[in-house]
Structure formats: structure tokens, C-alpha cells
Design a protein around this ligand. Structure first.
Ligand code: GLA
Length: 677
């Protein structure tokens, strides 16, 4: 795939929203402003098949030919996120249902279900015809599958889903006895005696559903989305030229995005709207990192696909007529946010959208241009961004210079979705580690543990956190052991190892399978009662917060106690231990990695401020390192509305202005500097 070999800018364009007479001038204006790729088509099913079976591709033929003649590249979306009215009215079984089983109706988007055989047949027919017709078109560089799989809802509760869920379970368990055992259906007399008794989880269960059923249901939702994506990808690949890539845009929950990126797509793309970080309802939380918080999602995206694209990058104020209002990017913010994506590994940045839609749900979701289409500040900023990309081309394809890793597994991700208390500690630790890493200018990666993860993939991180591996498997334990034995530092948090892959709690002391490695057992554990103060401990003479959840640990021989509770009913009990294993060590922390606790860990493990000798910056500035063939670059991002001062420890080349810089340097409001180091 040649596409991401250089950094470039693009835009989302909807030829069907505009009079054809505008197309050519729009394309030329884009090219003049540094945009060389458009993403089109992802909602245009009714343009291509207005009535069942009557395919007419002439509209997009005209547009694509114009792109070819003007030199514009195209990413073509399969329009399956918006089935036309004729389809859902004639075949209501293609619709998704809400929790009460009531079918969604035409008028929004993503109202279909992945499992309806009729929907799959109609999609396969259309996608096949598109691929056959345009698979060799010179303007097309890539294809996008659907749009934002699992966006709007990731609950699939139609009859077709119920049927497919039973097939999924039959394949997984082979017998009802095995399923009953795995789900513990003996509890509350839930035992199933016929496969037909099992359904997707509607709201018709009083109190709650069986959590093991829910865990399998989330796996099923993910598998359904993946199989829908696979079906489309396989059809496309039969016809399209090998030079064209297949992608989709995310990132949404209940979906194994890693599996999708590695085994189905050529490249993964993300939709980045940093203004959402202000809160969809515009609530302002003093402690949050606001738009800088988007770097957490970008870090996640990087674990899915180290060199990704941004399919939709915010270019204007956000808003649907009924929700999600957020303000216009201030001068500089548009480029700052685009550079935030680049700093975290995006080599392609496509803005959403060229011109604000004058009709429909998204009339307040502003694009680069306003409805009046005049040149404006945002267009000038897009042009400046495209020019700046040219100045930093040497960074293309560089990895992030991550100094530690945060391990994750798909089982834990799905269980945290189902089990609120797992979700709570997991979220608290992810947020805490992220905030601490931001404030101490320490780049980190999320590292996905899979069945085929190799030791080499872990070895590059001197320290790995496994904050809350509630579900822990034998093969994962073996890999972690090998990582530690070769010299790595593994840090685990509370609630480790208390479930198996079915969501059952094994009758053994925690941290379960890791017990031998940590040399600890958990003696007592509790959520912090809201009536109590947060507990504290002491580590190396400094305070360590133990918030949200508290475990007291018993250290076996050969395990050193690093910190004990100094407050709460656990006062005096160990909360942090260390054990040497092979050439490495395992730290067991009986708490959650809040911002304060995570800061302590980063400091005490020697991870914080890795570039301190080169750049001293206030914690309100983000620093991201990238590295390629021994060469490194630092992105220094200022998200504040005023200039911030940093201090450079030696003379560095600043790529964006081509100047040499040393000593005190001002980073203007809402802007970025990129240094070669
Ligand atoms: C998503 C979608 C776009 C658009 C924007 C704004 O990111 O992919 O089609 O709807 O949201 O709502």
C-alpha cells in the first residue's frame, strides 16, 4: 500500500449534497489548499440503487472521472450504514430492534442489523457491483467499509440477532450442558433445556441478566460486526486492484478492533473530534484534560494500528440539531488538533467535512467551509496544516517513542463493559495513568495481549502495567512470566485474577494465576465506601493514594513490602509489594492507579520526564516522542489559549519554522512545535 508512505491531508466530501456545477471548483479549491484525497459515498445507497435491483452508477461515474481529470484521489465508502427506505420497508427483518424488541425505523442511520440474511444479500449484491464497476478506477486509492461500525448503538436485539446468537453459542459450547456450566445457570434457576430458550438480552429480564450470558453476548456483537466487515472486504478484494487499500473508520465499543485491523483490513482509520473532550453537553470539569484528553483515544488507536489514518478530523464546531453541541475551534486549534493526531501516529489526516451541510441532522456539524462557501479562517488553517505536513515529511512512518506499556486484553475490555465494578476500576486506572503520563511528558503505548503475541513485542517496554487483569488465562500468565524473567518490570493492580474466561470466580486466592509470580495473596478487599475518606499509604517516604478499591496483601517469603496503609481500617497492612523473578520484578499494588498513584509509580520507576535534559516544559504542555531508524522527533503541543514557555537544553532544529532553537522558547497559544532531536 503506497498511500501512507507520505503524510497527506484529505477531506470528506458528499457530491450528492451539492449541485453538480460546484464539483469542479470544489475539487480545484481543495487541491489549491493542499487536500489531495476525498472520502465519498458512505451514505449514498439511494443514489446507486434508488429502487430494488435498479443500479445506476452514472452519478458517481461523473464525479470519479472529474476526480481523475483534476488529480484528486478518492477513498470510496460502501454505503451500507444507511439502507434506503425501500429496503427496510420491504424487508423489516433487516432492522435492528431496541431493548424492548421494537424495530427501529427509517429516518436515521445504522438502523440495520448485521445478521439478517436479507440485509447481507442486499449488501453483498451492491458492494459486488460497486467493486466490479469501480475496482480499477484510476482515481480510487482505497475503500472504506460501511461507516463507524457499532456507532449509534452497539446493542443488536433483532430476531436475526437472536437466531445468530444461538448459532454462535452452539458453535462455542456444542452442548447445553457445557453452556449451563460455563454460565453458572444453576443460579436463580436459569438452566436452559432447549437452545430456543436462549435469546439476546432484551430488557425482559427483571433485576439483571446473567453476566456470563452478557459477556458472550458482547463477544457475539463483536463477532457479528467482524463477519459483516469480512464479508464486504472479501467481495471488494475479488475485484479491486491490489494497489487499493481497504479500511474502515472507528473507534467504537463491543468490537475487537485489533482483530479487525490485523486480519481483515489493510489499515485502520479513526474519527477524531477533540472538542468532545469538553463534554458533549459542554460541562466543564476543571480536572479533565479537555481536548488534550483525545490523546488517550489516539494512544488506543495506535495499539490497533501503529500507523493509522484519521478519516474524520474535526474542522469546525460540532452539533446535531438535537445534541452534541461544541464550539468553533479557536484560531490555531484546528491545526493543533490535526497535529495531535500526527504526533500520535497518524500519517493521513482527512478533515470532516468540506462544507457544512445545509440540510439534515448535522446542520450544526461544521466543516471547513460554512454554508456560504466563502474562503474563511478554517480553510486558511487547513492550508497551513497541509504545508506544515510537508515540512515534517521525514517523520512519516516513525513509531512513538513509548517509555512504558499498559497491557490490555479483549476479554477484559468486554468484561469491563458488562461488569460495572470491573469497568469502574479499569476506567479509573486508564484515566489516572494517562493523566500522570501526560503531566510528566511520558509517552506510553497500550499493548494488546493476544493468543499469538510474541515476547519480542513486550520486550521493548522496560515496564508494563496490567492494571486490572480481572480475567487471566494460562497462556497470558506464561507470556508475562517470560517477559519478567528476561528483565521486564510488571506492575499489577487490584482485582487481578478473580474471574475465568466465562466470568466465573475460581475458588482460589487472588491474584489467581499470577500468585506465584507476585509472591502475594490478597487477604482483604473492599471498594472504598463513599462514607469513608480515601485511604493512604507511604512509599519511599511519600504519600500514595489508595482510592476506589483497597486490597491488603500478604507477602510470602522472598517478597518485599514497599508500602503499607497509613490510614483506614487496613492501617499497617501491606498494599504494595515487589518480588524478583529471573532478571525482572513484579510489583503488586492493591489499589487503583489514580492520577496521584500513577504519578508515584512513574516517578519511582524512573519513567517520568524522559526528555527532561532536552526539554523542560510545564505539565500543561503535551510532549510526544516519535522515533525512526535511530532518529527522534519531539512534538510539543500547547492546548491553552495563551503562550507557554519551555526550555530547550541544547540547540534543536525546529522543523515547522526551519530555525534553530535553544534556551527559552515560547509556544504560542493553540500551537505545536516539532523538534528533531
Ligand atoms: C461521525 C460520522 C460522520 C458524521 C460525524 C458527525 O464521525 O462518521 O458521518 O456523522 O460523526 O456527526
Amino acid at each position: 500500500m503506497d498511500f501512507l508512505k507520505t503524510m497527506s491531508a484529505g477531506v470528506c466530501y458528499y457530491p450528492e449534497h451539492w449541485d453538480e456545477s460546484l464539483w469542479e471548483s470544489d475539487l480545484k479549491r481543495m487541491l489549491d489548499n493542499g487536500i489531495h484525497t476525498v472520502r465519498i459515498g458512505e451514505f449514498a445507497w439511494s443514489i446507486m440503487e434508488r429502487e430494488e435491483g435498479s443500479f445506476d452508477f452514472s452519478f458517481f461515474d461523473r464525479f470519479l472521472d472529474l476526480c481523475a481529470s483534476t488529480g484528486m484521489q478518492v477513498i470510496f465508502g460502501t454505503p451500507t450504514a444507511t439502507p434506503p427506505a425501500w429496503l427496510t420497508c420491504r424487508y423489516p427483518e433487516t432492522l435492528n430492534a431496541n431493548a424492548d424488541g421494537v424495530l427501529y425505523r427509517h429516518g436515521g442511520r445504522r438502523h440495520y442489523n448485521y445478521n439478517s440474511p436479507v440485509y447481507r444479500e442486499k449488501v453483498a449484491l451492491l458492494v459486488g457491483k460497486m467493486a466490479e464497476h469501480w475496482g480499477r478506477h484510476p482515481a480510487i486509492v482505497g475503500w472504506q467499509i460501511d461507516n463507524e461500525l457499532n456507532c449509534e448503538t452497539n446493542d443488536f436485539l433483532s430476531e436475526a440477532d437472536g437466531k445468530a446468537f444461538r448459532v454462535f453459542l452452539q458453535k462455542k459450547y456444542a452442548s447445553l450442558d457445557a453452556l449451563n456450566e460455563a454460565w453458572g445457570t444453576v443460579f436463580w434457576s436459569q438452566t436452559y433445556t432447549d437452545w430456543e430458550q436462549i435469546d439476546v438480552p432484551h430488557t425482559n429480564a427483571i433485576a439483571s441478566h446473567n453476566p456470563s450470558l452478557l459477556l458472550d453476548y458482547v463477544r457475539f456483537v463483536s463477532a457479528s460486526a467482524l463477519s459483516f466487515c469480512t464479508m464486504q472486504t472479501e467481495i471488494l478484494r475479488k475485484f479491486i486492484e491490489p494497489r487499493m487499500f481497504v479500511t474502515t473508520n472507528g473507534m467504537f465499543g463491543r468490537l475487537d478492533n485489533h482483530e479487525m485491523a490485523r486480519n481483515i483490513l489493510d489499515v485502520y482509520m479513526y474519527d477524531s473530534y477533540p472538542n468532545f473532550a469538553y463534554g458533549i453537553d459542554q460541562t466543564w470539569d476543571e480536572d479533565s484534560l479537555h481536548d488534550r484528553h483525545s490523546s488517550l483515544d489516539l494512544t488506543r488507536v495506535r495499539s490497533i494500528c501503529p500507523h493509522f489514518g484519521i478519516m474524520e478530523q474535526q474542522s469546525g464546531a460540532n452539533g446535531w440539531y438535537n445534541r452534541m453541541e461544541a464550539s468553533m475551534p479557536r484560531p490555531g486549534q484546528l491545526e493543533l488538533w490535526a497535529m495531535q493526531s500526527v504526533a500520535h501516529g497518524a500519517d493521513y489526516v482527512s478533515f470532516f467535512r468540506w462544507r457544512t451541510s445545509p440540510v439534515g441532522t448535522e446542520i450544526y456539524w461544521h466543516g471547513i467551509l460554512d454554508y456560504d462557501s466563502r474562503d474563511n479562517r478554517r480553510l486558511r488553517e487547513v492550508k497551513a496544516f497541509a504545508e506544515d505536513l510537508e515540512k515534517i515529511q521525514e517523520v512519516c512512518g516513525a513509531d512513538t517513542d513509548a517509555r512504558f506499556g499498559v497491557l490490555q486484553t479483549v476479554d477484559n475490555q468486554f468484561d469491563a463493559d458488562v461488569d460495572h465494578w470491573h469497568g469502574r476500576v479499569q476506567k479509573a486506572s486508564e484515566e489516572g495513568i494517562f493523566a500522570a503520563a501526560q503531566e510528566t511528558h511520558t509517552t506510553f503505548d497500550f499493548v494488546d495481549l493476544r493468543q499469538n503475541t510474541k515476547l519480542e513485542e513486550l520486550e521493548r517496554y522496560p515496564v508494563l502495567f496490567a492494571p486490572h487483569f480481572v480475567i487471566l488465562k494460562e497462556e497470558e500468565t506464561a507470556l508475562l512470566k517470560a517477559y519478567v524473567e528476561q528483565g521486564g518490570t510488571l506492575v499489577i493492580g487490584c482485582r487481578t485474577g478473580y474471574k475465568d474466561a466465562s466470568g466465573r470466580c475460581p475458588m482460589q486466592p487472588m491474584p489467581g494465576l499470577l500468585r506465584e509470580m507476585t509472591g502475594t495473596t490478597v487477604e482483604e478487599y473492599t471498594f472504598r465506601s463513599p462514607a469513608e475518606d480515601m485511604a493512604e499509604a507511604e512509599w519511599n517516604g511519600r504519600k500514595l493514594h489508595v482510592d476506589c478499591f483497597m486490597e491488603s496483601l500478604q507477602a510470602e517469603e522472598g517478597t518485599e513490602v514497599l508500602a503499607r496503609y497509613t490510614t483506614s481500617y487496613l492501617k499497617g497492612e501491606p498494599v504494595l509489594t515487589e518480588r524478583t523473578v529471573g532478571k525482572g520484578r513484579v510489583l503488586h499494588f492493591g489499589g487503583v492507579f489514580t492520577r496521584q498513584a500513577a504519578r508515584r509509580f512513574l516517578k519511582n520507576l524512573g519513567l517520568a520526564e524522559p526528555y527532561e535534559d532536552l526539554v523542560k516544559a510545564p505539565d500543561t504542555v503535551e510532549i510526544v516522542g516519535r522515533v525512526k531508524d535511530g532518529q527522534k522527533w519531539l512534538f510539543v503541543l500547547n492546548y491553552l489559549p495563551e503562550a507557554q514557555e519551555i526550555r530547550l537544553g541544547e540547540e534543536l532544529v525546529s522543523l515547522l519554522d526551519g530555525e534553530k532553537a535553544e534556551g527559552r522558547v515560547e509556544i504560542p497559544a493553540y500551537s505545536v512545535a516539532v523538534y528533531r532531536i
